[in-house]
Design a protein around this ligand. Structure first.
Ligand code: SAM
Length: 261
C-alpha cells in the first residue's frame, strides 16, 4: 500500500486514480524508486509525501513534528461528541504537534474556541503552519500558544472556564522498544514520558483540574499497557469523577476520560 501511495504521490493522483494509469515517465519512475528506497530505510510514509490524513483534514508533516496516528481520531471523536449542542465552548489541546486534534475540533465544531499548546519550538512551527492553512480554508481560527502543559501558570486566564481539555501527551516509557520510523523520525519530546511513561501526564492532570469548569471533560490518550495505571492516576488526583477507559478499534486500551468534579 505504501508503494502505491508513493506512486500516486509522484503522479499527483489519488491511490484509486492509479487504476486509470498504465504508463509512467522515466523521470517519475526514478523519483518513485528513490522514495521507495527511503521508505525501505524506514523513513515514515508521511514524511515522504509531506502529508498526513486525520479525520476530515490533511495536515502538513515532516521532520520535527509527530505524525498523527489513526488511534487519536477516536479520542478526537469522543471529544467532539462531548461538545454536541454547545455554542462557542472553550477547548484546550495540550501537546498539539501537527494540530491534528485542535484543528479537527475547530473544523467539525465551528465556533469552538480552541487553544493549541505546544512546547517544542520545532513542532510548533508545524502547528502554526497547519493552523494558518485551516484559516485560509475557512475554519474558525485556533489559538496557538508556546508553553509547557505542566506549567502551573499556563493559560491562567482560562482557569475554571474550559469545557474540554484533550491531550495525546508523550507517554512511551523510557527505554521501551519502538519501530525505527518512530525512534528515528518522531521528535523525542513527543514520545518519552519517564520511567512509567506517565511523568508528563502527572503535570497535565494538575493543569486540567485548574482549567476545567465544574462538569468539564478531560480526555487523555495512553499506551496499551496504561489502561489501568492512567485511570488509577486520574482517580487518585481527586479532582475528577466519572473516570472511564476506552479501547481503540483493535480492542486495546487507548484513552482515559473523566469529568471535573
Ligand atoms: C504524542 S505527540 C501528539 C501530537 C498531536 N496532539 C497528535 O495527536 O498527533 C505529543 C506532543 O506533545 C508535545 N509536548 C511534550 N511535552 C510537552 C509539554 N510538557 N508541554 C507541551 N507540549 C508538550 C510534544 O512536543 C508533541 O508535539
Amino acid at each position: 500500500m505504501d508503494a502505491e501511495l508513493l506512486v500516486a504521490h509522484v503522479l499527483g493522483v489519488s491511490r484509486a486514480g492509479l487504476l486509470t494509469r498504465d504508463d509512467i515517465s522515466e523521470d517519475d519512475a526514478a523519483r518513485v524508486g528513490q522514495l521507495i528506497e527511503q521508505r525501505a530505510d524506514r523513513v515514515p510514509l508521511q514524511h515522504l509525501t509531506g502529508r498526513a490524513p486525520f479525520r476530515y483534514l490533511e495536515l502538513a508533516v515532516g521532520p520535527g513534528v509527530f505524525v498523527p496516528r489513526p488511534e487519536t481520531e477516536q479520542l478526537t471523536g469522543w471529544a467532539l461528541e462531548r461538545l454536541t449542542g454547545l455554542d462557542g465552548p472553550l477547548v484546550v489541546d495540550l501537546g498539539s504537534g501537527s494540530g491534528a486534534i485542535a484543528l479537527s475540533i475547530a473544523h467539525e465544531h465551528p465556533g469552538a474556541r480552541v487553544t493549541a499548546v505546544e512546547r517544542d519550538p520545532g513542532a510548533i512551527a508545524w502547528t502554526r503552519h497547519n493552523a494558518m492553512a485551516r484559516v485560509a480554508a475557512g475554519d474558525t481560527p485556533v489559538g496557538v500558544v508556546e508553553g509547557d502543559m505542566t506549567d502551573p501558570a499556563l493559560l491562567s486566564e482560562l482557569d475554571r472556564r474550559v469545557t474540554l481539555v484533550v491531550s495525546n501527551p508523550p507517554y512511551v516509557p523510557d527505554g521501551a522498544g519502538v519501530p525505527r520510523e518512530v525512534a528515528d523520525h518522531d521528535p523525542p519530546l513527543a514520545l518519552w514520558g519517564g520511567p512509567d511513561g506517565l511523568d508528563v501526564v502527572r503535570g497535565l492532570l494538575v493543569t486540567a483540574a485548574r482549567l476545567l469548569t465544574p462538569g468539564g471533560w478531560l480526555g487523555i490518550e495512553h499506551a496499551d499497557q496504561q489502561g489501568s495505571a492512567l485511570p488509577a492516576l486520574v482517580r487518585a488526583h481527586g479532582a475528577f469523577t466519572d473516570v472511564e477507559d476506552h479501547p481503540d478499534l483493535a480492542g486495546r486500551p487507548r484513552f482515559t476520560t473523566a469529568r471535573r468534579a
